[in-house]
Design a protein around this ligand. Structure first.
Ligand SMILES: NC(=O)c1ccc[n+]([C@@H]2O[C@H](COP(=O)([O-])OP(=O)(O)OC[C@H]3O[C@@H](n4cnc5c(N)ncnc54)[C@H](O)[C@@H]3O)[C@@H](O)[C@H]2O)c1
Length: 340
């Protein structure tokens, strides 16, 4: 396990408590206090400040990389060169050159690469995809996908220079699911952003935004909308709506728990909503890591890999350029350097 922060803890929990046949041999994080706390919580025996040290001292089959985006390329290269399979958190990298170098490193060394797009393993999203594939709503014409998160991400993750900002940190999942559920690549995007709460949260990084809407045209001719709000105050909210030529499908709901209370007929029903992403996607995180360990055991290719991660990064870059230059941006500008 590389990284003992928010996701390092989340994935350590999933692996140690739910994924049988796997073991976290060592935890790697340069910050000793974070490392010690996470290792103690999940009973991880070995702890190291760097991947180099872990490679030198212990035996293992693969790495789960849960570190900030700028570290994804060097860590994946190092792991791949030592024959370790790689589970890599989103966003895959900061730009397409880095994505290509990641793909080249895993291909050259014959190791597996799985991207951390856990919605591809979420029971509701998977059921929706299967029913779209079965033709239940006909040909997908339009998709709306939102990710609204309760808390500001860590400082590195909200700075355009170190993470590509919220479109990457929060909405990477929407870039992937809109492409997956529509069965088509993004062709052109137009983005508007707004900053409502930055000052109150003492955020003064350049071009910071906490609200974003992206209009999408797909290669299929379909349309899409990605909505991001972070911090949104009311909880964690990830939902999607797909309209096909035969009907409509909605995925997810605001209500987070089955326990509903009524103590006052004027106040009405009190229904708790999902509070955090670890809660909303707890089974998806378990199933994605189960899939990774199964792929290592059987040698089969992960369901979601480098090409999907690269498309999501291309979407982030197009969406970012769109609001910075205040114009629609074609994906081909990002992918092939074409001008329109
Ligand atoms: N899939 C999801 O739902 C989801 C949710 C949140 C974040 N993420 C992604 O997970 C990654 C980490 O995010 P986070 O919120 O946990 O960040 P975080 O800042 O909470 O934790 C990152 C940890 O990595 C450590 N680290 C930094 N460089 C390292 C290195 N070279 N080797 C080992 N450890 C190193 C840091 O000390 C820190 O403890 C990012 O790519 C982020 O986009 C995914």
């Amino acid at each position: 396990m590389i990284g003992a922060g928010r996701v390092g803890k989340n994935h350590s929990r999933a692996l140690t408590r739910h994924v049988s046949g796997s073991e976290i041999v060592a935890l790697v994080d340069p910050v000793e206090a974070v490392r010690a706390e996470t290792a103690a919580e999940f009973g991880i025996e070995y702890q190291f400040a760097s991947l180099e040290e872990a490679l030198d001292k212990v035996e293992f089959d693969g790495v789960v990389i849960t570190t900030p985006t700028p570290t994804h390329l060097p860590l994946t290269q190092l792991a791949a060169e030592h024959g370790k399979h790689v589970f890599l958190e989103k966003p895959m990298a900061l730009n397409l050159r880095e994505c290509d170098e990641i793909i080249a490193a895993v291909e050259k060394n014959g190791v597996l690469l799985q991207l951390g797009f856990m919605r591809r393993f979420d029971p509701e999203f998977v059921a929706a995809w299967e029913r779209i594939e079965a033709g239940e709503i006909g040909t997908p014409m339009m998709i709306k996908s939102n990710t609204h998160g309760p808390g500001l991400p860590p400082p590195w993750a909200r700075d355009l220079r170190t993470s590509n900002g919220m479109l990457a940190e929060v909405n990477s999942h929407d870039w992937d699911t809109t492409r997956w559920l529509m069965g088509s690549n993004h062709q052109r995007v137009y983005t508007e952003v707004a900053n409502f709460k930055g000052a109150a949260n003492n955020v003064d990084t350049p071009n910071f935004y906490d609200n974003v809407l992206v209009n999408i045209k797909f290669e299929s001719g379909g349309l899409g909308l990605i909505s991001g709000v972070c911090p949104c105050g009311y909880g964690y909210d990830a939902r999607a709506e797909i309209i096909g030529d035969k009907g409509i499908m909605q995925i997810g709901e605001l209500k987070g728990q089955a326990v509903i209370v009524c103590t006052n007929r004027d106040q009405g029903l009190i229904t708790p909503i999902t509070r955090t992403w670890p809660q909303r996607f707890q089974w998806a995180y378990i199933y994605e890591l189960e899939h990774f360990t199964e792929c290592i055991r059987t040698g089969k290719q992960p369901k979601v890999g480098g090409a999907d991660g690269r498309w999501a990064v291309a979407g982030v870059l197009a969406g970012t350029r769109s609001f910075l230059e205040e114009r629609p941006v074609y994906l081909s500008e990002i992918l092939n350097g074409e001008t329109h």
